[in-house]
Design a protein around this ligand. Sequence first.
Ligand code: BGC
Length: 764
Amino acid sequence: MYKKNNIILLLLLTMFIGCSDEKPVIIADFDSDIEAIISKLTLEEKVGQTCQITLDALYFRDDDNQVIEPGKIDPDKLEEAIVTYRIGSILNVGWHTYDRGTWTQILKEVNAPFNNGLTGVPIIYGIDAIHGVNYTQGGTLFPQEIGLAATWNPGIAEKFGTITAYETRATGIHWNFSPVLDLGRQPLWSRHFETLGEDPFLAATMGGAIISGYQGNNGIDSEHVVACMKHFVGYSNPQSGRDRTPAWIPEKYMKELYFPSFKEAVNKGALTVMINSGDVNGVPGHTNYNLITKTLKGDWGFQGFAVSDWEDYIMLNSIHRTAEDIEQAIISAFNAGVDMSMVPYSPQYKEYCQLMIKAVKEGKITQERLDDAVRRILRVKIKAGLYKDAMNQLNEYPDFGSEKFKATGLEAALESITLLKNNNHTLPLSMDKKVLVSGPTSNNLIYLNGAWTHTWQGADTAYNTVGCKTVFEAFKEKIGPENCLFSQGAELYLENGFEATRLIASDDFKTKAAQSDIIVLCLGEYPSTEKPGDIRSLNLDEEQLALAEMAYATNKPVILVMIEGRPRIIRTIVDSAAAIVQAYLPGDYGADALVKLMFGEENFSGRLPYTYPKYDGVIEFYDHPRSVDRSKSNDFKAYDPQWNFGYGLNYSSLVYSNLRLDSKEMRSKDSIKIEVDITNSGLIDVKEVVQLYVSDKFATIVPNGKSLKGFNKRLIKAGETETVCFYLKIADLEFVDVSGRWNSEPGAFDITIGNLITIFNLKI
Ligand code: BGC
């Protein structure tokens, strides 16, 4: 007991000492509008600005505290939260998707206190519109981020952002908790599909484009929203693979891998950031002063505000155990730089406000730090146009859910879906063949969309978009019911909270296979995210593998279509497949896109945004340090993926030639011009993803085998040759050295584009 108390004392002392050193980073641009507002706010009003609650904390509930459906805002609860406690922000949807009329009504009600002059500051409403307005019926649903990354087309990413912003504003909401900028380097992680893949350059480029789409390039007008960079930083790399469990990330990897996408987003003007719920190197994201205040706000000059993730100050006490009580938790997160807390329930928000007020009065949170947080929040509210535009009308935004938006959703899916294998020209399919469509993911939209679709986990079929097709429906429409047979073969379900598969009706499957010329077998995952999406193994389950074997046993050509958020290991069924297509989670228009690609109406152009693993014991990334390649034998290669990062086939025949540099030497201030010719000797136009990799041959720290430093998706018409040009600067050759600083070293570097390789020297 004595010992325990001593430890506690020591802990408190360390925290106290820690606090006194930790200064807020104050932004220089004191805007007169902000000063005018803040000078009139009381302590209570300022504290309210830092508090965010969830919508259903305002709903009528029954005696068991369950929301009464359909959810309705209780005016007394609203008044207490917004007028009495001066809460500054609301988030989320009440359990399931709404139509625009319902959203308009909700936004009207929550904005009423400000519009009626009962409060001086408008609330900012936030939503997870992460692959389109996924909580609004009739909106345009795109591929999830992993699929957007697979397009390798920043133009598509920006269009996705623009349309999503427009449709989010069409529901009256100004703030989108997107994009996820975490790097997909832990394929077990349940949110792998929410990332832009494993490479920092690809993620930074695509993430930056999404932010431009969300926020617009000329400020946030009535068609744009405030973006939110998620989740700063290191969240995506839990060592165990399970959501919100510890990550251990050396400084070198933090700087080279995990920072770049966030840094690029700050450069693009992203206005808010959400903090990592997990802990990195033993420090919870929410108390990491070095990362939030020093690096993000200080070194990078981020001027917006940092919002916590769901209940995360509470987790500091209950899960991370770095805070002995809720008061200490709130203080440690706020002093680390978290400006707004996603509390988000009632009565917890009241306790949060009371404890914050107490902490300021007792000097545990300085007035300076509180004012800094409130200034940041007000700055975003002003920039979002909330002071002039806290409402919108249902008859505005005529393009919501329009055909032209849907066409862009389809275009994104078309450029994303990736052809991984195509033996003997199995694809494209001809119209005269009888097709058996099968597999657990073949006949429901929930599998094409994944989580964050109409509900949090996306598994409720009740809200599927009317008029959008499943894979089976799209095939049937294309070749007619007489040529399209269906036998699901297996179904996915949840067993004690874990995904599971059960085989069904094998006789039906065999009979219909015998009547068909070809089998399209859709495998994959049950929709899920966050903790509910934790899995025990990356291997595709035995039942789905057995279904594939059953299909192979029919001796009909089998095309595997993987509809999955994570690259599940399928090694044992790869060789016997005639073709393999990676669809990722392609969204509402994914099945239309699949059919167009598989029948050759469109050419494939998607490329893997990650290394597809072959063995669960050999998870390596394409840019691994050279020392990884110490293979035990030819049969046991250390780096032995199923498919490489950047891989993808198409129906054209491309020849790379003439890789040339304008100089074989680079000096400190130069850049080198690199050109390559690509000829499409096939009969079909293609959008080719030209990728430039650099390899440092020797360095004082083990160099990477190769790193992506440029890419360009280019239309190359049949029979034509295109020249693609890149510029390489010295910054592209830098790495984080033993002292933790970015540095470049003279010496030889290889440049690889396609199957061509050349060398140049850096002279410093
Ligand atoms: C997720 C965030 C999300 C937030 C609000 C959290 O559980 O981690 O990504 O933005 O909920 O829905």
